[in-house]
Design a protein around this ligand. Structure first.
Ligand code: SF4
Ligand code: SF4
Length: 231
């Protein structure tokens, strides 16, 4: 190795370090600064209600059956005839999720036939006792006006408002996955703080308007006015 090579050789390894020192930092000062989470973020679950306050859960146990971590425990009971809890014959009498075992895969949400269980943006759930990691129905079920509950006190780490972003990822899903449904409520209405989103057009309505739009753009054989589509 030449003399110059001998001189700069030991510093060569630092070139990457020096280069990185002058680039913008990508780290955030968590928990002081929190990143905006993706719309489909899988955080803590909530059990939803219909706008009239009735519980959406019918105690069918499908969520418990599909859960790969076996961390949901549900027991259904017959609805009291005079004072039904849910619109179905039965309701979720006991509902528990062991958050220590949950892998936040979202399969329970996919399996639920009534869209009772959804996920939120809250993931800060540190506990000091294993028992506290089991969230019961009292914590999971939202109030009749849609206000969510949480068993842990609000701290700089726990932002309860993130529980109100209760269906961000399901709003991102859409009938037939069309991009035009981005941000539009795709599931059945829920009791929610701040009012309800306007109703979404059905797939049939969307298909009809798509056909009408296509027909209006269809050129005629002579290049004149668009042809009416024969039904
Ligand atoms: S998110 Fe996955 S692991 Fe957690 S309760 Fe639902 S199905 Fe089970
Ligand atoms: S949350 Fe949904 S899938 Fe689970 S028991 Fe209730 S209705 Fe059934």
């Amino acid at each position: 190795m030449s003399m110059i090579g001998d001189l700069f050789g030991p510093w060569k390894g630092f070139t990457v370090t020096f280069r990185q020192m002058f680039k913008p930092k990508v780290t955030t000062r968590y928990p002081k600064d929190k990143r905006v989470k993706p719309q489909r973020f899988h955080g803590r679950h909530v059990l939803n209600r219909y706008p009239d306050g009735m519980e959406k859960c019918i105690g069918c146990e499908l969520c418990a059956g599909v859960c790969p971590a076996n961390c949901i425990y549900v027991r259904g009971a017959d609805n009291p005839v005079d004072d039904p809890v849910s619109p179905g014959e039965r309701f979720g009498f006991v509902y528990e999720i062991n958050m220590l075992r949950c892998i936040f895969c979202g399969l329970c949400v996919e399996a639920c036939p009534t869209e009772a269980i959804t996920m939120t943006h809250l993931f800060e759930m540190s506990v000091t006792d294993r028992e506290e990691g089991i969230f019961t129905k009292d914590s999971l079920l939202v109030d009749p006006d849609g206000t969510p509950n949480h068993p842990l006190p609000e701290t700089p780490l726990i932002d309860i408002n993130e529980l109100k972003l209760g269906d961000g990822w399901m709003r991102a899903t859409a009938p037939s996955g069309r991009a035009t449904f981005e941000g539009i409520e795709a599931w059945s209405p829920s009791a929610r703080m701040g009012g309800m989103a306007p109703a979404e057009p059905s797939q049939q309505q969307t298909a009809d308007s798509g056909r009408q739009e296509a027909a209006s753009k269809k050129p005629t054989a002579d290049g004149g006015q668009p042809e009416e589509e024969s039904s």
